[in-house]
Design a protein around this ligand. Structure first.
Ligand code: ZN
Length: 314
Protein backbone atom coordinates (compact mmCIF):
# COMPACT_ATOMS: atom_id res chain seq x y z
CA UNK A 1 0.00 0.00 0.00
CA UNK A 2 1.35 3.41 -0.91
CA UNK A 3 0.05 6.95 -1.23
CA UNK A 4 -0.32 7.96 -4.88
CA UNK A 5 1.43 11.29 -4.39
CA UNK A 6 -0.58 14.47 -4.08
CA UNK A 7 -4.35 14.73 -4.45
CA UNK A 8 -4.93 18.46 -3.87
CA UNK A 9 -3.92 21.48 -1.79
CA UNK A 10 -6.54 23.83 -0.31
CA UNK A 11 -6.05 27.53 0.45
CA UNK A 12 -8.02 30.55 1.65
CA UNK A 13 -8.79 33.49 -0.63
CA UNK A 14 -10.36 36.82 0.26
CA UNK A 15 -11.78 37.34 -3.24
CA UNK A 16 -13.03 34.53 -5.48
CA UNK A 17 -13.20 36.61 -8.66
CA UNK A 18 -9.57 37.74 -8.56
CA UNK A 19 -8.62 34.17 -7.62
CA UNK A 20 -10.32 32.90 -10.78
CA UNK A 21 -8.75 35.66 -12.86
CA UNK A 22 -5.27 34.69 -11.69
CA UNK A 23 -5.43 30.88 -11.74
CA UNK A 24 -7.71 30.35 -14.76
CA UNK A 25 -6.99 33.42 -16.92
CA UNK A 26 -3.33 34.08 -16.14
CA UNK A 27 -1.90 30.68 -15.12
CA UNK A 28 -4.20 28.86 -17.54
CA UNK A 29 -5.50 26.19 -15.17
CA UNK A 30 -9.05 24.95 -15.66
CA UNK A 31 -11.68 25.90 -13.09
CA UNK A 32 -13.06 22.36 -12.74
CA UNK A 33 -15.59 22.84 -9.95
CA UNK A 34 -17.56 25.75 -8.57
CA UNK A 35 -19.19 24.66 -5.34
CA UNK A 36 -19.54 25.74 -1.70
CA UNK A 37 -17.83 24.86 1.56
CA UNK A 38 -19.41 21.71 3.05
CA UNK A 39 -19.27 23.17 6.55
CA UNK A 40 -20.27 26.72 5.59
CA UNK A 41 -22.38 26.72 2.39
CA UNK A 42 -22.49 30.52 2.29
CA UNK A 43 -18.84 30.44 1.10
CA UNK A 44 -17.48 29.36 -2.27
CA UNK A 45 -15.16 26.40 -2.70
CA UNK A 46 -13.37 26.59 -6.07
CA UNK A 47 -11.26 23.83 -7.63
CA UNK A 48 -8.67 24.32 -10.37
CA UNK A 49 -6.67 21.67 -12.21
CA UNK A 50 -5.86 20.09 -15.54
CA UNK A 51 -8.44 19.31 -18.27
CA UNK A 52 -10.01 16.46 -16.31
CA UNK A 53 -9.35 17.58 -12.75
CA UNK A 54 -6.87 14.75 -12.16
CA UNK A 55 -5.44 14.20 -8.66
CA UNK A 56 -1.99 15.79 -8.53
CA UNK A 57 -3.13 18.83 -10.52
CA UNK A 58 -5.73 20.20 -8.09
CA UNK A 59 -5.56 23.49 -6.21
CA UNK A 60 -8.67 24.54 -4.29
CA UNK A 61 -9.76 27.64 -2.41
CA UNK A 62 -12.29 28.46 0.26
CA UNK A 63 -13.43 32.02 -0.23
CA UNK A 64 -13.87 34.04 2.95
CA UNK A 65 -14.80 37.30 1.30
CA UNK A 66 -12.71 40.17 2.56
CA UNK A 67 -10.60 37.92 4.85
CA UNK A 68 -7.55 39.67 6.28
CA UNK A 69 -4.23 38.49 4.85
CA UNK A 70 -2.63 35.65 6.81
CA UNK A 71 1.04 34.91 7.25
CA UNK A 72 2.61 31.46 6.97
CA UNK A 73 4.58 30.45 10.06
CA UNK A 74 5.36 27.42 12.21
CA UNK A 75 3.29 24.38 11.16
CA UNK A 76 2.05 25.95 7.93
CA UNK A 77 2.83 25.40 4.25
CA UNK A 78 4.50 28.50 2.83
CA UNK A 79 5.28 27.68 -0.84
CA UNK A 80 3.59 25.63 -3.57
CA UNK A 81 5.70 24.33 -6.46
CA UNK A 82 4.01 24.12 -9.87
CA UNK A 83 5.71 22.24 -12.68
CA UNK A 84 6.43 23.62 -16.15
CA UNK A 85 7.90 21.60 -19.05
CA UNK A 86 11.29 23.28 -19.63
CA UNK A 87 13.73 26.11 -18.91
CA UNK A 88 12.22 27.95 -21.91
CA UNK A 89 8.82 27.70 -20.21
CA UNK A 90 10.19 29.74 -17.31
CA UNK A 91 11.11 32.51 -19.79
CA UNK A 92 7.57 32.35 -21.18
CA UNK A 93 6.03 32.59 -17.70
CA UNK A 94 8.37 35.36 -16.59
CA UNK A 95 7.18 37.48 -19.52
CA UNK A 96 3.53 36.50 -19.24
CA UNK A 97 3.30 37.09 -15.49
CA UNK A 98 5.03 40.47 -15.77
CA UNK A 99 2.70 41.47 -18.64
CA UNK A 100 -0.31 40.55 -16.48
CA UNK A 101 0.87 42.75 -13.61
CA UNK A 102 2.21 40.01 -11.36
CA UNK A 103 5.78 40.50 -10.18
CA UNK A 104 7.79 37.35 -10.95
CA UNK A 105 11.33 36.84 -9.66
CA UNK A 106 13.70 34.49 -11.46
CA UNK A 107 15.39 32.59 -8.64
CA UNK A 108 17.57 30.42 -10.89
CA UNK A 109 17.66 28.80 -14.32
CA UNK A 110 15.23 26.25 -12.89
CA UNK A 111 12.87 28.32 -10.77
CA UNK A 112 10.64 31.41 -10.86
CA UNK A 113 8.76 32.79 -7.87
CA UNK A 114 5.58 34.82 -7.91
CA UNK A 115 2.88 35.69 -5.37
CA UNK A 116 -0.81 35.26 -6.17
CA UNK A 117 -3.29 38.13 -5.57
CA UNK A 118 -3.73 37.05 -1.92
CA UNK A 119 0.03 36.90 -1.32
CA UNK A 120 0.43 33.10 -1.51
CA UNK A 121 3.95 32.21 -2.64
CA UNK A 122 4.17 30.07 -5.78
CA UNK A 123 7.30 28.67 -7.35
CA UNK A 124 7.32 27.51 -10.96
CA UNK A 125 9.90 24.75 -11.36
CA UNK A 126 11.08 22.69 -14.31
CA UNK A 127 9.35 19.30 -13.94
CA UNK A 128 11.73 16.85 -15.56
CA UNK A 129 12.12 14.09 -12.97
CA UNK A 130 9.32 11.81 -14.04
CA UNK A 131 5.83 13.14 -13.35
CA UNK A 132 3.53 12.66 -16.36
CA UNK A 133 2.23 16.13 -17.33
CA UNK A 134 -1.29 17.09 -16.17
CA UNK A 135 -2.15 20.08 -18.33
CA UNK A 136 -5.12 22.29 -19.09
CA UNK A 137 -5.77 23.95 -22.45
CA UNK A 138 -5.72 27.76 -22.58
CA UNK A 139 -5.86 29.83 -25.76
CA UNK A 140 -2.91 32.05 -24.71
CA UNK A 141 -0.69 29.35 -23.20
CA UNK A 142 0.99 26.93 -25.64
CA UNK A 143 1.05 23.30 -24.46
CA UNK A 144 4.87 23.36 -24.58
CA UNK A 145 4.76 25.82 -21.66
CA UNK A 146 1.52 24.95 -19.84
CA UNK A 147 1.67 24.08 -16.16
CA UNK A 148 2.11 20.33 -15.66
CA UNK A 149 0.66 19.84 -12.17
CA UNK A 150 1.96 20.09 -8.62
CA UNK A 151 5.59 19.09 -8.02
CA UNK A 152 6.06 19.95 -4.37
CA UNK A 153 5.23 22.04 -1.32
CA UNK A 154 7.32 23.46 1.54
CA UNK A 155 6.23 24.03 5.15
CA UNK A 156 7.76 25.66 8.24
CA UNK A 157 8.94 23.58 11.21
CA UNK A 158 11.09 24.05 14.32
CA UNK A 159 12.80 20.70 13.70
CA UNK A 160 13.06 20.90 9.96
CA UNK A 161 16.14 18.68 9.68
CA UNK A 162 15.00 15.82 11.95
CA UNK A 163 13.42 12.77 10.32
CA UNK A 164 9.72 12.63 11.16
CA UNK A 165 8.85 8.96 11.58
CA UNK A 166 5.11 9.45 11.22
CA UNK A 167 5.90 10.48 7.67
CA UNK A 168 8.37 7.71 6.90
CA UNK A 169 7.06 4.74 8.90
CA UNK A 170 3.32 5.39 8.92
CA UNK A 171 2.79 7.17 5.60
CA UNK A 172 5.68 5.76 3.58
CA UNK A 173 7.39 9.04 2.65
CA UNK A 174 11.05 8.62 1.71
CA UNK A 175 13.33 10.84 3.82
CA UNK A 176 15.99 12.33 1.57
CA UNK A 177 17.99 14.11 4.26
CA UNK A 178 17.54 17.49 5.94
CA UNK A 179 13.95 18.61 5.65
CA UNK A 180 13.35 16.90 2.30
CA UNK A 181 10.92 14.03 1.69
CA UNK A 182 9.58 12.34 -1.41
CA UNK A 183 6.17 10.72 -1.75
CA UNK A 184 6.30 8.12 -4.53
CA UNK A 185 3.11 6.70 -6.02
CA UNK A 186 2.73 4.30 -8.93
CA UNK A 187 2.54 7.13 -11.46
CA UNK A 188 3.37 10.37 -9.70
CA UNK A 189 5.67 11.60 -6.98
CA UNK A 190 5.66 14.75 -4.87
CA UNK A 191 8.43 16.67 -3.08
CA UNK A 192 7.48 17.54 0.51
CA UNK A 193 9.88 19.67 2.55
CA UNK A 194 10.32 21.63 5.77
CA UNK A 195 12.25 24.85 6.24
CA UNK A 196 13.24 26.48 9.51
CA UNK A 197 10.26 28.42 10.87
CA UNK A 198 10.46 32.20 11.03
CA UNK A 199 10.23 33.98 14.39
CA UNK A 200 6.85 35.59 13.73
CA UNK A 201 3.57 34.10 14.91
CA UNK A 202 1.68 32.14 12.25
CA UNK A 203 -1.68 33.58 11.24
CA UNK A 204 -4.15 31.87 8.95
CA UNK A 205 -6.07 34.10 6.57
CA UNK A 206 -6.19 35.08 2.91
CA UNK A 207 -3.21 33.73 1.00
CA UNK A 208 -2.46 30.89 3.40
CA UNK A 209 -2.77 27.13 3.00
CA UNK A 210 -5.56 25.31 4.86
CA UNK A 211 -4.51 21.68 4.23
CA UNK A 212 -2.74 19.30 1.87
CA UNK A 213 -4.36 16.08 0.63
CA UNK A 214 -2.54 12.91 -0.39
CA UNK A 215 -4.08 10.58 -2.94
CA UNK A 216 -5.17 7.06 -2.01
CA UNK A 217 -6.55 4.18 -4.01
CA UNK A 218 -10.20 3.80 -2.98
CA UNK A 219 -9.59 0.30 -1.59
CA UNK A 220 -6.76 1.49 0.67
CA UNK A 221 -8.51 4.47 2.26
CA UNK A 222 -9.77 2.74 5.42
CA UNK A 223 -6.42 0.98 5.84
CA UNK A 224 -4.67 4.36 5.92
CA UNK A 225 -7.13 5.49 8.56
CA UNK A 226 -6.39 2.37 10.64
CA UNK A 227 -2.65 2.83 10.24
CA UNK A 228 -2.72 6.42 11.52
CA UNK A 229 -4.91 5.34 14.45
CA UNK A 230 -2.50 2.52 15.33
CA UNK A 231 0.26 5.12 15.52
CA UNK A 232 -1.89 7.01 18.06
CA UNK A 233 -2.71 9.78 15.64
CA UNK A 234 -6.14 11.39 15.90
CA UNK A 235 -7.82 10.99 12.53
CA UNK A 236 -11.36 11.92 11.56
CA UNK A 237 -14.13 9.66 10.34
CA UNK A 238 -14.57 9.37 6.58
CA UNK A 239 -16.17 12.47 5.07
CA UNK A 240 -18.02 12.20 1.76
CA UNK A 241 -16.78 15.21 -0.25
CA UNK A 242 -18.88 14.24 -3.33
CA UNK A 243 -15.81 14.09 -5.62
CA UNK A 244 -13.73 11.94 -3.25
CA UNK A 245 -13.86 10.56 0.30
CA UNK A 246 -11.59 12.23 2.84
CA UNK A 247 -10.01 11.65 6.25
CA UNK A 248 -8.06 14.37 8.10
CA UNK A 249 -5.33 14.45 10.72
CA UNK A 250 -2.54 16.77 11.84
CA UNK A 251 1.01 15.62 11.25
CA UNK A 252 3.31 16.17 14.26
CA UNK A 253 4.66 19.48 13.02
CA UNK A 254 1.17 20.94 12.80
CA UNK A 255 0.29 20.78 9.11
CA UNK A 256 -3.26 19.55 8.46
CA UNK A 257 -3.09 16.43 6.26
CA UNK A 258 -5.95 14.83 4.39
CA UNK A 259 -6.01 11.47 2.59
CA UNK A 260 -8.44 11.59 -0.33
CA UNK A 261 -9.63 8.82 -2.65
CA UNK A 262 -8.82 9.01 -6.38
CA UNK A 263 -12.47 8.62 -7.40
CA UNK A 264 -15.26 9.36 -8.24
CA UNK A 265 -13.70 12.63 -9.49
CA UNK A 266 -15.07 15.90 -10.79
CA UNK A 267 -17.22 14.52 -13.61
CA UNK A 268 -19.40 12.83 -10.96
CA UNK A 269 -22.07 15.54 -11.13
CA UNK A 270 -21.57 17.42 -14.40
CA UNK A 271 -20.58 16.87 -18.02
CA UNK A 272 -16.79 16.54 -18.41
CA UNK A 273 -17.00 19.13 -21.22
CA UNK A 274 -18.53 21.72 -18.90
CA UNK A 275 -16.71 21.19 -15.63
CA UNK A 276 -16.88 24.15 -13.29
CA UNK A 277 -19.38 26.16 -15.30
CA UNK A 278 -22.46 25.85 -13.09
CA UNK A 279 -22.75 26.17 -9.34
CA UNK A 280 -22.79 22.63 -7.92
CA UNK A 281 -24.10 22.15 -4.40
CA UNK A 282 -23.48 19.24 -2.02
CA UNK A 283 -26.69 17.19 -1.77
CA UNK A 284 -27.32 18.27 1.82
CA UNK A 285 -27.18 21.95 0.78
CA UNK A 286 -29.19 21.68 -2.47
CA UNK A 287 -32.30 23.02 -0.69
CA UNK A 288 -30.41 26.30 -0.15
CA UNK A 289 -29.82 26.83 -3.89
CA UNK A 290 -32.18 29.76 -4.47
CA UNK A 291 -30.82 31.60 -1.46
CA UNK A 292 -27.17 30.89 -2.33
CA UNK A 293 -27.59 31.94 -5.95
CA UNK A 294 -28.78 35.30 -4.63
CA UNK A 295 -26.14 35.71 -1.92
CA UNK A 296 -22.98 34.39 -3.64
CA UNK A 297 -21.20 36.91 -5.85
CA UNK A 298 -21.54 35.46 -9.40
CA UNK A 299 -18.29 34.06 -10.79
CA UNK A 300 -17.82 33.58 -14.51
CA UNK A 301 -15.77 30.56 -15.56
CA UNK A 302 -13.52 31.82 -18.41
CA UNK A 303 -14.26 28.57 -20.31
CA UNK A 304 -17.99 29.26 -20.33
CA UNK A 305 -17.41 32.87 -21.36
CA UNK A 306 -15.13 31.79 -24.23
CA UNK A 307 -17.70 29.26 -25.46
CA UNK A 308 -20.46 31.85 -25.47
CA UNK A 309 -18.29 34.26 -27.45
CA UNK A 310 -17.46 31.60 -30.06
CA UNK A 311 -21.11 30.53 -30.29
CA UNK A 312 -22.21 34.12 -30.88
CA UNK A 313 -19.57 34.73 -33.55
CA UNK A 314 -20.12 31.35 -35.27
ZN1 ZN B 1 -9.18 18.78 0.95
Amino acid sequence: MRLEGLHHITMITGDAQSNVAFYADVLGLRLVKKTVNFDDPSAYHLYFGDETGAPGSILTWFEFAGAAPGRAGLGMIHTLQLGVPSDASLDFWQQRLAAKGANPTRVSERSLKVSDPDGLQLELVVADDGNPPLQAAHHEVPAEHAITGLEGARAYSMFHGVEEQVLTEVLGFEHQGGGEYRVQGDERHFHWAYDEAPAWAPRSGAGTVHHIAWASQDDDHLKWQARVREADGYITDVKDRDYFNAIYFREPRGVLFEIATMSPGFAADEDAERLGEELRLPRQHEHLRAQLERSLQPIVNPRAAARETSEVSA
